[in-house]
Design a protein around this ligand. Structure first.
Ligand code: UD1
Length: 420
């Protein structure tokens, strides 16, 4: 397995281009199941998860072809020939479960493996299933698979989510686009990636009101057609590299980054002493003075994202004063804490909160990446640490960050990938 070696102590200086959002690209690819016509997606990031999704769609009959040599524009199309999403793919990537709603809406049946355990908590799919049942689907669990069927078409319904779920909102939004009649999704997630999916569905002929709010009204149509759609920039990659500039005491221009997608991340980073300014074509991020401890609690968008929690904790570990970081979305998302502590951080976990007592400096160490965002938090700690940090098991990183070592090396960081 590849490893990443960082020799810390060099401030970032330069420019990083922010890629297309992984969490927008995955559901947008699934939207390719909703039509037999071609769906062309541009600004697709080159990531392991995108390849996994291409594999899954291919075995449903949807060919995913590269339109441009850089592989960033994909064309999806083809009739659905198989309605089973196998365990071997779904267990690798939970977003695979999003095919359930679209398959049901298009062909009236789907057999999708349950995602199974996940490193950052139980992550059930009950809201997806209850919502689809409200649209008329009959659902049974059989041999680890969800078997869902409908005679005729799904029927619009009023669905109130008991709490906010990004995936359930996306699954239901896609299914409802082809249902008969009106569906209202209340307490829907309003992450920018949902807005991006809705915009693409509208371009495909869907009728959706309330985009950007927590109440989506969908008037189902008989068929959707092909479209061309450019994926929004990745707000988590943006926030992660903003933390990289801040923790290293440097500056970076984040090309294509959008301030309006960052929600509470901007306020919290600014309070901590990070300078973030909008400039033509992107965001300029620098740290001029010291960092201060600031409390942060993860919440659905526009609150502080759980996907930024680990990176923010790395930053807080070298801030002046203490910070309380509370995780409200996932129950087991502090696995980076013991690794950061091995590098000299002083972090104590009490239930869903972690107290981070800032230390003057970290020291390089061999550490283990446990999940996608935790991997980046260890790289961040490595940027600030004295000496060498070796991040092991970086395959998690490759699921969601494109060319991280090239992007950081181009900004003066001493970082290299050591192939297995
Ligand atoms: C998406 C993101 C992920 C991010 C998460 C929260 C993608 C591909 N992934 O994941 O990076 O960390 O949103 O912002 O976009 N839940 C249930 N029942 C359900 C569905 C969810 O109990 O049916 C719970 C989950 O266990 C979790 C919370 O709801 O505690 C939020 O999960 P959800 O928003 O659904 O996350 P994902 O869509 O899986």
């Amino acid at each position: 397995m590849d490893r990443i070696r960082i020799r810390g102590g060099r401030p970032l200086s330069g420019e990083i281009k922010v890629g297309g959002a992984k969490n927008a690209a995955l559901p947008l690819m699934v939207a390719g199941l909703l039509t037999d016509e071609r769906l062309v997606l541009s600004n697709v990031p080159q990531l392991a998860d995108i390849q996994t999704m291409s594999l899954l769609l291919a075995q449903h009959g949807i060919a995913v072809e590269r339109v441009t040599n850089d592989g960033r524009t994909l064309s999806l199309g083809g009739p659905i020939t198989n309605t089973e999403a196998p365990y071997d793919i779904v267990r690798k990537m939970r977003a695979s479960f999003l095919v359930l709603g679209p398959l049901l809406a298009r062909v009236g049946e789907a057999r999708v493996s349950l995602p199974g355990g996940c490193a950052i908590g139980a992550r059930p799919i009950d809201l997806h299933l209850k919502g689809l049942e409200q649209l008329g689907a009959r659902i049974v669990l059989e041999g680890g698979y969800i078997d869902a069927r409908i005679d005729g078409r799904l029927k619009g319904a009023a669905i109130v989510f008991p709490f906010v779920s990004v995936g359930a909102t996306e699954n239901l939004l896609m299914a409802a686009s082809l249902a008969e009649g009106r569906t209202v999704l209340a307490n829907a997630a309003r992450e920018p990636e949902i807005g991006d999916l809705a915009a693409c569905l509208v371009a495909m002929g869907a009728r959706i009101e309330g985009i950007g709010s927590d109440k989506l009204t969908i008037d189902g149509v008989d068929t959707l057609h092909g479209a061309t759609h450019a994926i929004i920039p990745d707000r988590i990659e943006t926030g992660s590299y903003a933390c990289a500039a801040a923790i290293s005491g440097g500056s970076v221009f984040l090309r294509d980054a959008r301030l309006e997608h960052l929600g509470a991340t901007v306020r919290i980073l600014r309070e901590a002493g990070v300078d973030i300014a909008e400039e033509p074509g992107g965001l300029m991020v620098k740290r001029l003075n010291g960092l201060h401890g600031v409390d942060a609690m993860t919440e659905p968008y526009p609150g502080f994202p759980t996907d930024m929690q680990a990176q923010f904790m790395a930053l807080m570990s070298v801030a002046e004063g203490a910070s309380m970081v509370t995780e409200t979305i996932f129950e087991n998302r502090f696995m980076h804490v013991p690794e950061l502590n091995r590098m000299g951080a002083r972090i104590n976990v009490h239930g869903a909160s972690a107290i981070v007592r800032g230390v003057p400096g970290l020291s390089g160490a061999p550490v283990m990446a446990t999940d996608l965002r935790a991997s980046l938090s260890l790289i961040l700690a490595g940027l600030a640490a004295q000496g060498e940090t070796m991040v092991n098991r970086v395959y998690h990183l490759d699921r969601g960050y494109e060319a991280v070592e090239q992007k950081l090396a181009a900004c003066g960081v001493d970082i290299e990938r050591i192939p297995a």
